[in-house]
Structures are given as structure tokens and as C-alpha cells.
Design a protein around this ligand. Sequence first.
Ligand code: NAD
Ligand code: G3P
Length: 327
Amino acid sequence: MSGSSFRRIGVMGAGAWGTALANAAARAGREVVLWGRDAGAMADMAAARENRADLPGIALDPVVSPVSDLNLIADCDAVLLVVPAQACREALGHLGSRMRAGMPVISCAKGIERGTRAFMSDVIAEALPGALPAVLSGPSFASDVAAGLPTAVTLAARDGALAKDLAQALGSSTLRLYHSTDVRGAEIGGAAKNVLAIAAGIVAGRKLGASAAAALVARGFAELMRFGAAYGARPETITGLSGLGDLILTTSGPQSRNFAFGRALGAGEAGAGKLAEGAFTASVLVEMAAAKGVDVPVSAAVDAVLAGRLGIDGAIEALMARPQRAE
Ligand SMILES: NC(=O)c1ccc[n+]([C@@H]2O[C@H](COP(=O)([O-])OP(=O)(O)OC[C@H]3O[C@@H](n4cnc5c(N)ncnc54)[C@H](O)[C@@H]3O)[C@@H](O)[C@H]2O)c1
Ligand SMILES: O=P(O)(O)OC[C@H](O)CO
């Protein structure tokens, strides 16, 4: 299938990122079906031509159809899966037998499933055995993409020709997609950087200074590289858009929900209640690192704080008191 054969794109999940990607796919010349599970909210979105709850102020492109009937997703040529990582398996379960074999299903969620330790491409393969799993990941805030600001991300599928075709189908003058066959590498970066962004937020909320913030990103990147290597990621993917690129974006400031969540923790305030995927991924990532003997001290500190095993000052002390080692 060439890029132009993906005439109709289905988007499962009508939150901030699903809505932004629906507009991006429309800008790339696709017809778009945007599915959300709440029929009332989707009817409101169809009438207002705007996702007022999650992406206020951005008009839906005229070719985007907001729907709550999953059969309309099953009819599409490819599907973008844009629900929170812990909900992906359940959402795909509803699509189940309606879907045709050979349908590309592209995970746009950034996380690892708790309990199963499954990456999102594995969740897709298990929930929909006939689907062709792919991953879209990289530095991209929904509001930036929706506003048409220049953005570049990675699109990975095991079949290089499919990755290239999907990248061509979804790319536009404002959204550039680099294709890759390193599915595992692309999904590891997106999941791990959210945990590290919480740590960066804690550093900011605790007012530990710019030097500590830079050290955190550098040492966080070192653990991302170790974790990636242990789970089969290619080094060039970890140093690319979906790894280092997204780590830089998400640890840079409060436009990131994970950073904002961490900052509130560090400042001793209540969080804003928005989705912070890293809070769900931290414990499973640390379990998986331990299973392979990989040292992830920053992620482990975030997990310990979230689980209440350590206070924030105790976590900082533990990081600073680690045995001296070569860089
Ligand atoms: N917002 C961004 O800038 C951005 C960018 C890149 C990747 N992502 C990733 O995309 C994913 C979704 O994030 P978001 O920003 O759209 O979050 P969001 O909170 O704005 O929206 C999530 C949507 O998923 C729906 N949902 C939740 N559980 C569901 C279920 N079981 N079945 C069907 N729908 C369900 C919610 O109703 C909501 O509409 C996350 O993994 C996030 O890390 C977000
Ligand atoms: O707002 P965050 O922290 O979920 O980050 C959004 C994107 O993943 C950035 O690439």
C-alpha cells in the first residue's frame, strides 16, 4: 500500500493528542474519523467543531468526523491508537472482530502496561492478532501540532515499506515523520521519558537549580540508553527524536503534564489532575529494569516517591549518596 492508499484514517481516542493528530492527518490530505467513547461529548464536538475540553481554541478540520460508533473505525485504512497506555488493551478489545486482517494500528500512547510489562506494540499484537502494529512517537505537544507549529516525530513499523508509507500518508508541511523499523526503540523512549520528566519537575518544584536540572537530564538519558539496550532498542533510536528529542522536550518545562505533575510534587502542591503517563509507567519500568539487572536510579527514585516509600528529600539524598562510579 503506498502512502496515498491510506485514504481514510481512524483515530481511537478523542483527547488532546487524538484531536491534534486528527487535524494533522486531515492536513496531510486524509479523511479522518475521530472516535471517542462518550457519545454526548462526541456529539458536542461534532456540533461545536472543536474539542473544548482537551484542545480549546482549535477548530476541527472540516474533513474530521467526530463519532462514537466503533464500526466506523473498523472501516478505515489505518488506525491511530491514542488512548492512555493503560487503557489501550481494553479499547482494542472493543474493536476486536470488527477489524479486518492486515490493518495497520499505530500506537501513539507513551507507556508500558502494568501487570503484563507489555510495550504498546505487544498490546496491539496480543489484542488484535491480525493487525500490523506500528508506533508514532517523538517530541510533540498536542497544542503545538494542532496549531500547525513545525514538529518532527518517528514512525516505526517492523516492515520498513509500511513505515515509509504511513509516514508519507501522515506527513505534511508542518508535521515531518521519519520512518524506522525499530519499533521497540521508538516505544521505549516515549515511555521512559515521562518518568524522567516527573523527576525533572520535582527538581524544578524543589528549586534545586539549573545545574541539578541539567545533571538530571544527562543521567536520565544514561539510564534510558541502558534500559533501551537491555530491551533491544537501537542506539540511534534512543539518540533520535523518540528518545533524546522527547526527553529534552518533556523535561524542559510545565507545558509537559508529566513535568507539571512532578513540579507540583516537588513544591508540595496538589497536581492539576491531567494525565501524567509517567506516574503509571514508573513502577513497571523499574520492575523491568531490575529483571534485566539494569540500574535506573532516577526512575527508581520517582517510583519510590510515588509509592510513598521515600519522601522527596530522602530520594534526593539517596541519589546524591550513591557510590562513586565512572561516568
Ligand atoms: N497530549 C500530548 O501532547 C501528547 C503528545 C504525544 C503523546 N501523547 C500520548 O497520547 C496518549 C493520550 O494522551 P492525551 O493527551 O490524548 O490524553 P487526554 O487525557 O487528553 O485524552 C485521553 C482520552 O482517552 C480517553 N480514554 C481513556 N480511557 C479510555 C478507554 N478505556 N477507552 C476509550 N477511550 C478512553 C479519554 O476519555 C480521553 O478522551 C498518552 O499516552 C500520551 O502520553 C500525548
Ligand atoms: O504533556 P506530556 O508530559 O504528556 O508530554 C506530551 C508529549 O509526550 C511530548 O512529546
